[in-house]
Ligand binder design. Structure first.
Ligand code: C2E
Ligand code: MG
Ligand code: MG
Ligand code: MG
Length: 280
């Protein structure tokens, strides 16, 4: 298209590419600085059971750069993955998750904490030992730590992935398949890997209850999960109608703006402590 526009089209195209490359470099640089300077924050989004009782949270990274402003994880996670910065950044998230779990336990609160783990982070040689030593250092209840991985991780090096997952499940950690149904993998891995939970992707929830195809996909996921005895979390639930249909269909855990937006971890923790005190 640029070429048919004559020379100026090509120049414009090249300029845009150049600006994009520059922006990417600036973000890469800022990312490195921010990882070193710990400029990231963690937010926690509640997950509730079918009665609306909170059972845990998912930790989500937030990055507000002094110059570039707030940058979505959808944008910076792939860059951190490409540069390798995801390794120290992801280790920091795991550390925070373990500290939070230890704090919750100390406060007498039984909640799970889910953490997103990217493929490069998972495959890094020091990952398993890092998790083990973090669990030991903090005394976190490992049975309440859930690692969310995507189908993309599971298609390559299945044997190595499986071995690593088994090492972690032996420590008590559980695995959840994030964005389930959107990847390019087969279902075969469901029987070969130690998986505890599936997360129905937001794209299948968004148009519920009206969209017949999404409804069929959602029910099929619940059926697979039921037969394989896996837990299911629906993500991106924004309305009562969506929550009602999901619960009626047998979904056990709901996450989305309808029950709570992500908020700073400390705020979430204080809320959990407050709820416990009120219930006593
Ligand atoms: P994800 O793991 O699938 O997380 C769910 C995303 O949906 C989050 O976006 C969350 O804020 C958003 N969300 C939750 N409920 C609703 C809802 O009701 N409606 C709508 N429209 N959105 C909702 P967020 O925080 O921007 O994160 C985007 C993605 O970035 C995550 O998708 C995850 O893949 C990645 N990510 C975030 N934090 C981390 C992290 O610590 N490590 C890694 N590796 N990836 C992360
Ligand atoms: Mg997730
Ligand atoms: Mg997800
Ligand atoms: Mg998602």
């Amino acid at each position: 298209r640029a070429k048919s526009n004559g020379g100026s089209g090509t120049a414009f195209f090249e300029q845009t590419m150049h600006a994009e490359a520059e922006q990417r470099l600036a973000i890469e640089h800022a990312l490195k600085e921010s990882v070193a300077g710990r400029l990231f924050e963690l937010y926690a989004q509640p997950q509730v059971d079918r009665l609306g009782n909170e059972i845990g949270c998912e930790l989500l990274l937030r990055w507000t750069h002094p110059v570039h402003g707030s940058i979505s994880p959808l944008h910076f996670i792939p860059i951190a993955e490409a540069t390798g910065d995801i390794i120290p950044l992801g280790a920091w998230v795991v550390e925070q998750a373990c500290r939070l779990l230890a704090q919750l336990q100390e406060a007498g609160i039984e909640r799970t904490v889910s953490v997103n783990v990217s493929p490069r982070q998972f495959r890094h040689v020091a990952f398993v030992d890092g998790v083990r030593s973090m669990l030991q250092q903090t005394g976190a209840p490992s049975g309440r730590l859930i690692f969310e991985v995507t189908e993309g991780l599971l298609i390559e090096n299945l044997e190595e992935t499986a071995a690593r997952m088994r090492e972690l499940t032996a420590m008590g950690v559980r695995f959840s398949i994030d964005d389930f149904g959107t990847g390019y993998s087969s279902l075969a891995y469901l029987k070969r890997l130690p998986i505890h939970e599936l997360k129905i992707d937001r794209s299948f929830v968004r148009d519920l209850p009206d969209d017949a195809s999404d409804k069929a996909i959602m029910q099929s996921i619940l059926s697979i999960a039921h037969h394989l005895q896996l837990q299911v979390v629906a993500e991106g639930v924004e309305t009562a109608a969506q929550a009602d249909l999901l619960i009626e269909s047998g979904c056990t855990i709901i996450q989305g703006y309808f029950f709570g937006r992500p908020r700073p971890v400390q705020e979430w923790f204080d809320g959990a402590v407050g709820a416990l005190q009120r219930s006593r």
